[in-house]
Design a protein around this ligand. Structure first.
Ligand SMILES: Cc1cc2nc3c(=O)[nH]c(=O)nc-3n(C[C@H](O)[C@H](O)[C@H](O)COP(=O)(O)OP(=O)(O)OC[C@H]3O[C@@H](n4cnc5c(N)ncnc54)[C@H](O)[C@@H]3O)c2cc1C
Length: 430
């Protein structure tokens, strides 16, 4: 039986896979994108119902197409984001096959290329690009046992308040997902405890410009590595209800009970680290430092952007911050659900090649792995802070496609050189 062959196989039909396809086409590289479900499936069905993009439509998009419904300064709902990528696939005429899962990739022994086992048969490829996303496998710390007598779900499984049993909710993690879910539950009338770890809290907008603009002009999206000590710091930002600055003190004033980082669990009681006030103080400091940099940028460039002193106003600490809970008996507090908004990790169990370190993380430079022919796209901090976001992955894809095209040129050179050599060697015989 003949085996299907393709030069470059892209695994994953999310934004990364589509960006890859666009740039491979521009470089003239024959390729195929395989997506196990539908285009941009994670946006379509693996997030909560009310999610809107965290960045405005003018920013969180690819250069070649605008969002058709939401205006440039709005925040598109997740369905519109998914539809956008379906339209984008058509726009670039991406060679994409949906409903095909890649099960195993292995190097072919004794000759170049990879054998790819899929749910639709075997494919051989010279190159494989893993574009399966920065947020693949939910991370839930092993703290509260599964038989603790309450519902426990990861933020990726949360859809809406109606899905949870009646009663209070403990949301663990206060990055963009945790804080938005906690806010939604509070608005739905739930008693909500929010466990707040270290985080950054940029202003939604300042002096009339969205924080995405500020991070852009200040060069922060292009930072190549996290600031030392900030590697595990999450960012709390929201596009919900037209977009607003995340303000934990305001949430507390509305009835949310803030607690420190969740540390341990024993006999129905959760214990919290005594770090709540510090975590809030650090994020206030990061907010102020961004405002300072923005002011300096305005002054240096003589920009006519209205001053906004209110952006620096910090409300007094609420009681839950000045007298923080050190522990909480879940049953006594009426908590019936825990939502773990504790992030994701990668899972490359299908990629059996020598491109990973001892912790399973890809060994690569800007997506070009140490295993020739294997590439990654969409990794957090792949080349810069913006790498896992919509606009950032497009630029990383350009680099990866360029590297693939360059390698093809080297191989083509050797092929023609060998041919020429073969001709010279054959000539005397003829
Ligand atoms: C809650 C949340 C909100 C976010 N909001 C924003 C935002 O507002 N703006 C922004 O820029 N970014 C945002 N991001 C970050 C990022 O844009 C998304 O995570 C985005 O989905 C990443 O796109 P991707 O193509 O890299 O990966 P994914 O969207 O995860 O796409 C990977 C695709 O690969 C497929 N796949 C996986 N394994 C296989 C396999 N073995 N075979 C075939 N197919 C496979 C999956 O089905 C999936 O469709 C958000 C992330 C989260 C978690």
């Amino acid at each position: 039986m003949s085996v299907e062959k393709i030069d470059t196989l892209v695994v994953g039909g999310g934004q990364a896979g589509l960006a890859m396809s666009e740039h491979l086409s521009k470089c003239g590289v024959p390729h195929l994108v395989l997506e196990r479900h539908r285009i941009a499936e994670r946006w379509r069905s693996e997030r909560w119902d009310s999610l809107v993009a965290n960045g405005p439509a003018w920013h969180d998009r690819f250069p070649g197409l605008e969002f058709p419904v939401t205006g440039p300064d709005g925040f598109p709902p997740k369905e519109e984001v998914a539809d956008y990528f379906v339209a984008y696939a058509k726009h670039i005429d991406a060679p994409i096959r949906c409903g095909v899962e890649v099960k195993l990739v292995q190097r072919i022994a004794g000759r170049p290329g990879f054998r790819v086992e899929t749910s639709g048969g075997v494919i051989e490829a010279n190159n494989v690009v893993a574009a399966t996303g920065p947020f693949q496998r939910p991370v839930v710390p092993a703290l509260v046992p599964a038989d603790a007598g309450l519902l426990q779900i990861h933020s990726s499984a949360y859809r809406n308040p109606g899905q949870l049993p009646a009663g209070g909710v403990l949301v663990i993690g206060a990055g963009s997902s945790g804080v938005q879910i906690a806010d939604e539950l509070l608005r739905a009338g739930r008693r909500v405890y929010l466990s707040v770890g270290p985080h950054d809290r940029p202003p939604r907008a300042y002096r009339g410009r969205d924080f995405c603009w500020w991070l852009g002009v200040l060069g922060k999206w292009d930072a190549e590595t996290p600031r030392p000590g900030m590697e595990h710091v999450t960012i709390a930002v929201s596009g919900a209800r037209g977009g607003h600055t995340v303000d934990f003190r305001r949430l507390a004033a509305q009835g949310m009970i803030l607690v420190g980082r969740t540390d341990s669990y024993e006999n129905g009681t959760v214990r919290f680290a005594p770090d709540l006030a510090d975590n809030l103080a650090h994020s206030d400091a990061s907010l102020m430092s961004l405002l300072d940099e923005a002011d300096a940028y305005v002054a240096r460039n003589g920009l006519d952007l209205p001053e906004e002193p209110d952006a620096r106003r910090i409300e007094p600490d609420p009681d839950c911050v000045t007298h923080p809970l050190s522990d909480l008996n879940l049953a006594a507090a009426g908590i019936t659900s825990i939502i773990w908004a504790t992030g994701f990790t990668v899972d490359y169990s299908w990629l059996k090649v020598d491109a990973f370190d001892e912790t399973g993380r890809p060994k690569h430079q800007r997506g070009v792995s140490v295993e020739p022919g294997i590439y990654f796209l969409g990794l957090p901090w792949q080349s810069r802070r913006g790498s896992s976001f919509i606009w950032g992955v497009w630029h990383d894809a350009k680099h990866v496609a360029d590297r693939i095209a360059t390698q093809r040129k080297y191989l083509a050179y050797h092929a023609s050189a060998n041919e020429a050599q073969g001709r010279t060697q054959r000539q005397p015989e003829g």
